[in-house]
Each structure stands twice: as structure tokens, then as C-alpha cells.
Design a protein around this ligand. Structure first.
Ligand SMILES: NC(=O)C1=CN([C@@H]2O[C@H](COP(=O)(O)OP(=O)(O)OC[C@H]3O[C@@H](n4cnc5c(N)ncnc54)[C@H](O)[C@@H]3O)[C@@H](O)[C@H]2O)C=CC1
Ligand SMILES: NCC(=O)COP(=O)(O)O
Length: 373
């Protein structure tokens, strides 16, 4: 039975041919079919097609009825438009994928959900259905009427070993759980966080998309969220340059001088501890990262490969700047693994844990000790 104090989290199961449905089941089984359960005060609404979830539960060995019997999961059934074969995309189901998101977003805006957690979707197949779509991040901004959002990924570089142990234990509904996703021993300074000044756009459009105003608002959003959701009193943000060697004093590009440095000077005047621009090829080393709370990279493949090299499979993605809480996994649809039970739910567990923690902090700000990723 829900109480007013209980947190309510919506999980969208994403692309039906991908790993999202089975990872949702595996993550919830791992959290709820154990003793003691993880997140005892949290209720989940799973958004997806009911027969699909039942079928994937069988395939990956999760007892779906036992999960429902916990009383902590409500299924919000949305019907698929076409039958699904794991690993095979079908543009006919693109509207279904977006309908899951729309229901979750509307519920979060109406405060029926404290947070939404999204399993991965396939951006290409939505476009193939004739719907312009670049990602959850941009879609969430539009659907919530938010002018600017910031994509930030975060992870613990040392979490990989723990995740390996998880894969072998996850299908078991035994009372032991070997993996606790909330790594409370990890203080904010030990986490690796990378935010992006631009998100999903062709590389040739990146330079034109960077403006001083956009960087200023990006840094302001980051500073505010790192304080509020991550419990960091005075966040330090290190900002990359755009060009090789941060422009080599203007000889290899002028965006640093004309766009990035003016933005840094402006936000420093507001009391934000943002520094740079640093050459991206040498910034990602302990000497810099140990003194920082987050890196702001100028584009997707400047920052994320480094973060994913260190944390892939156990990291999270958070959309900053929204009026609602949204977290997600650090990986995609993994079509090659869909329906095999071999995909690792560790990142989804982390994403749920981060959503729970953020939601709890927003409800009870005095308890904010900092999210652990
Ligand atoms: N939040 C989201 O909805 C995201 C969606 N995507 C989308 O996913 C699609 C596929 O992207 P790719 O670049 O192929 O990346 P991917 O992450 O789906 O796959 C890359 C490699 O990592 C493996 N992998 C991914 N998740 C795994 C897991 N949980 N356990 C074990 N191995 C895993 C895959 O098997 C594959 O070998 C694209 O359409 C992309 O846009 C990508 C990232 C995030
Ligand atoms: N590589 C991260 C990514 O593509 C996240 O996309 P989305 O969360 O905006 O769908």
C-alpha cells in the first residue's frame, strides 16, 4: 500500500526489440526479490506492453508474477503496434516507444511520479518511422517546455568488478544479493562526471552550435544541479576547449578566445568555479580530475568515450535543467544481446538508484548528503 512518503518511480522500457524490457525485469527482480529489498520505500510503475514483458521475463528467468506480488510494481500497459522479435527493429513500434515516454513525462509533470528512469531506445528507427528524433534528452526538453537542458553522464571508475559479479547472480531470486547499487562509501569527489555543451548533432554543426550565452546557461544549470542533487557545496567544473590544444592561442581555431573564455569569465563573476578551457586530450588525467566535480566537454564524442572507457556498464545519464527528474542508462539498445539474458542490468540499477536518491533529496532537502555516483 502506498503512503504519502513513498517515492514513485516510472520506468519506460524503451525499444521493444532491444534490451530495455529484460533489463527492467532483471533490475527490479534484483532489487525487490531479495531480502532485505533495496529501496523499501519506493513504488515502481513499469511502462510497456504486458505480453512482451511476460515473454521476456520467461526468457531471462525472472518470475514476473512474484515481482507483481511484491505489491511494489504497477504495470502501465501500452500495446505494441506490431509483434516484436528480439534484436529486430520495426519502425511500426516507434509510436509505442514515444507513447511510453509521453505517459511518463505527463505523470512526472503531474507529480504522479517523483522521477522517470528510461531504458534505451533506438534513435534511428524512430526517424525511420518519419518522426524527427535525436534523443530522450532533446525530446524531454521539448515535451516539458524547457528551453535548455544539459546531458551529464556519471560513473565510478572502479565499479566494473562489482558489475561482473552481478551478471552471474542476477537471474536468481535467492535471498542473497551480491550487488548493492548505492555505493554510499563513494563521496562526490571520487565520481567521474562529464556534461556536454552540445548533444546529438553532426560533428560539422558543433562549432556553430556553441555560443557564449549557451555555455553560460549550461554552466549555471550544472552548478545548480551539482549543488542540489549531488550535495556538492561549491562544485568545480573543468571546461574543455573545442579545438586541438584548446586552439593553440588562436592558431588552431578561435572558439576558445571568442566563445568559451568569455563564458567562463562571466560565470566566474557569478561565483561559479568553472575553469579552462583545457586541451581535451590531456584534461582527463587524475591530476585534474581529482580536483574537480565535473568536466564540461564541447561535444558528445569528446567527453563520453573517456567516461565510458572508465565506467561503461555501470554509469548513468542524467538530464539536468528539467522540471522533472530523469535518469537513464549509459548504454544503448544492445540489439545483439536482446532476448539472451546476457545484458547487464548494472547501469539500470544505478540509474534507478540515482533517481530514487534525487527524488528523496528533493522531498527532504535536509537529508542531502550527495548522490553517490
Ligand atoms: N538512453 C538511450 O536511450 C540510449 C540509446 N542509444 C541508442 O542505442 C542504439 C545502439 O547504440 P550502440 O552505439 O550500438 O550502443 P550500445 O550501447 O547499444 O552497444 C554497444 C556495445 O555495448 C554492449 N552493451 C550495451 N549495453 C550492454 C549491457 N547492458 N550489458 C552488456 N553489454 C552491453 C552491446 O552489446 C554492444 O556490443 C543507438 O540507436 C543509440 O542511439 C545509445 C545510448 C543511450
Ligand atoms: N550517448 C548518450 C546518449 O545517446 C543518451 O541519449 P538520450 O538519453 O538523450 O536518449
Amino acid at each position: 500500500m502506498h503512503t504519502d512518503a513513498a517515492l514513485k518511480i516510472a520506468i519506460t522500457t524503451g525499444e521493444p526489440a532491444g534490451v530495455g524490457p529484460e533489463l527492467t525485469l532483471l533490475a527490479l527482480a534484483h532489487a525487490l526479490l531479495v531480502e532485505p529489498p533495496i529501496w523499501p520505500d519506493v513504488y515502481f510503475t513499469v511502462l510497456g506492453d504486458s505480453p512482451l514483458l511476460e515473454m521476456r521475463a520467461k526468457v531471462v528467468g525472472v518470475d514476473w508474477l512474484a515481482l507483481l506480488a511484491t505489491g511494489r510494481i504497477a504495470l502501465r500497459h501500452e500495446a505494441l503496434s506490431a509483434p516484436v522479435t528480439a534484436g529486430q527493429l520495426n519502425a511500426a513500434n516507434s509510436r509505442y516507444v514515444l507513447a511510453l515516454l509521453d505517459v511518463a513525462i505527463a505523470g512526472a509533470l503531474a507529480k504522479s511520479f517523483d522521477a522517470i528512469v528510461t531504458a534505451p531506445l533506438q534513435k534511428s528507427v524512430i526517424n525511420e518511422a518519419g518522426i524527427p528524433f535525436t534523443g530522450h534528452t532533446e525530446y524531454l526538453a521539448v515535451r516539458t517546455g524547457t528551453e535548455q537542458v544539459v546531458m551529464m553522464l556519471a560513473g565510478q571508475p572502479n565499479a566494473r568488478a562489482e558489475s561482473a559479479a552481478l551478471t552471474t547472480s542476477i537471474t536468481s531470486t535467492s535471498t542473497q544479493h551480491r550487488y548493492h547499487p548505492f555505493k554510499s562509501s563513494c563521496r562526490p569527489g571520487q565520481a567521474f562526471r562529464v556534461a556536454l555543451a552540445t548533444t546529438h548533432l553532426p560533428l560539422k554543426e558543433v562549432a556553430a552550435a556553441l555560443t557564449t550565452d549557451k555555455l553560460i546557461s549550461t554552466l549555471r544549470i550544472m552548478d545548480a544541479h551539482l549543488r542540489r542533487d549531488f550535495g556538492i557545496k561549491k562544485p568545480r567544473i573543468l571546461v574543455t576547449g573545442l579545438n586541438p590544444h584548446a586552439g593553440e592561442q588562436g592558431h588552431l581555431g578561435r572558439e576558445e578566445i571568442e566563445i568559451i573564455i568569455p563564458a567562463l569569465e562571466y560565470v566566474q563573476g557569478l561565483g561559479i568555479d568553472a575553469r579552462g578551457p583545457y586541451p581535451a586530450d590531456t584534461l582527463f588525467q587524475p591530476r585534474y580530475l581529482d580536483q574537480a566535480d565535473c568536466v564540461l566537454a564541447m561535444y558528445h564524442d569528446q567527453g563520453l568515450p573517456v567516461l565510458k572507457y572508465a565506467t561503461f556498464g555501470t554509469g548513468i545519464n542524467v538530464t539536468l535543467g528539467l522540471p522533472i527528474i530523469r535518469t537513464s542508462v549509459d548504454h544503448g539498445t544492445a540489439l545483439d544481446l536482446a532476448g539472451t539474458g546476457r545484458a547487464d542490468p548494472a547501469s539500470l540499477l544505478e540509474a534507478i538508484d540515482a533517481a530514487v536518491t534525487m527524488a528523496r533529496y528533493r522531498r527532504f532537502p535536509e537529508s542531502n548528503l550527495g548522490i553517490s555516483v
